[in-house]
Design a protein around this ligand. Structure first.
Ligand code: C2E
Ligand code: MG
Ligand code: MG
Ligand code: MG
Length: 286
């Protein structure tokens, strides 16, 4: 009887396993088709000066415009893209779209700010990444200072020739480099200094922790003093409340990003934000 039960659970496990495998293959297939058809658009989220609210940059965040499911957020497909290597093709689409968008805004005589492009660790290990930026910048005749790159710690810590070449080319082009989700990885101080990064974007979890009072502030205090000593700026991610902003201002954080200022918006809403320029919530006129 025990044997039969074991067999039953094996069959059950087996069926469940195949189902999951099938689901995974379906997802991969769908993503591959979506890349071939280019069903992706970029939304943009402002990053502003922590003291004045002046617009500093627009972060490009990819969305999958699924014909049936509607807008699919990156958390539901970036991991699949990374695991399968499709992130390289998807990443190229993102870089092309962002550069084309910068050129379009440039033609509109707006008060332009840089566009910040997310690059995943796998992309950063591809030899083609730096050349892709160089090519797109030249093709669209945009100023390289209007392009920034965000990558997590794990994307740049490994000491490989490909990463080194990409870092060197981005620097040579004049593209600013920011560490995304800072504090969640294993970067050491000496690595940060050696890489000559422009800024650290502190992970949202540390911003949320600010609500815990002095204990929650410890991390930010350390980061701000370290970053400033190394000539880097500090960006707080995921700022949702005026109380968080107030603490970040007190701690000397340079820039902030988060729902308090604006959610990511479609490209056609960006011009209005650039024109407004100062993006802290307006106080009603007395
Ligand atoms: P990220 O680069 O750290 O981007 C920040 C994420 O937090 C975005 O989610 C943004 O919408 C969200 N966020 C911003 N402010 C707040 C806030 O105040 N509260 C909360 N709860 N969330 C906030 P999104 O757009 O879903 O992107 C998720 C992640 O997907 C990004 O994290 C990034 O790692 C990745 N990603 C997005 N676009 C791309 C891309 O084009 N290429 C690559 N490789 N990765 C991308
Ligand atoms: Mg980012
Ligand atoms: Mg981030
Ligand atoms: Mg993140």
């Amino acid at each position: 009887e025990a044997k039969a039960r074991a067999r039953g659970s094996f069959l059950f496990f087996h069926a469940e396993f195949s189902e999951r495998l099938l689901l995974r293959l379906e997802r991969e297939q769908a993503l591959r088709a979506a890349i071939a058809r280019d069903e992706f658009v970029l939304h943009y989220q402002p990053r502003v000066d922590a003291m004045t609210g002046e617009l500093r940059s627009m972060e490009a965040l990819v969305r999958w415009q699924h014909p049936q499911r509607g807008v699919v957020p990156p958390l539901e497909f970036i991991e699949t893209a990374e695991r399968t290597g499709m992130i390289v093709a998807l990443g190229e689409l993102v870089i092309m779209k962002a550069c084309a968008q910068i050129a379009a805004w440039q033609a509109q005589d707006l008060r332009l700010v840089p566009v910040s492009i997310n690059v995943s660790p796998r992309q950063f290990s591809e030899k083609s990444l730096g050349p892709m930026f160089a090519e797109q910048i030249a093709l669209h005749r945009i100023d390289a200072s209007l392009v920034e790159v965000e990558v997590t710690e794990s994307g740049i810590m490994a000491d490989t020739d490909e990463i080194a070449a990409n870092l060197a080319l981005l620097e040579q082009l004049g593209i600013r480099l920011l560490v995304d989700d800072f504090g969640t990885g294993y970067a050491s101080l000496s690595q940060l200094q050696r890489l000559r990064l422009d800024g650290l974007k502190v992970d949202r979890s540390f911003t949320t922790a600010l609500a815990r009072g002095r204990e929650g502030e410890v991390f930010y205090r350390a980061i701000v003093s370290m970053a400033h000593a190394l000539g880097m700026s500090v960006v707080a991610e995921g700022v949702e409340t005026a109380a968080e902003l107030q603490v970040l201002q007190k701690l000397g954080c340079d820039e902030i990003q988060g729902y308090l200022v604006s959610r990511p918006v479609p490209a056609d809403e960006v011009a209005a934000l650039m024109e407004r320029r100062y993006l802290f919530p307006h106080k009603a006129a007395a």
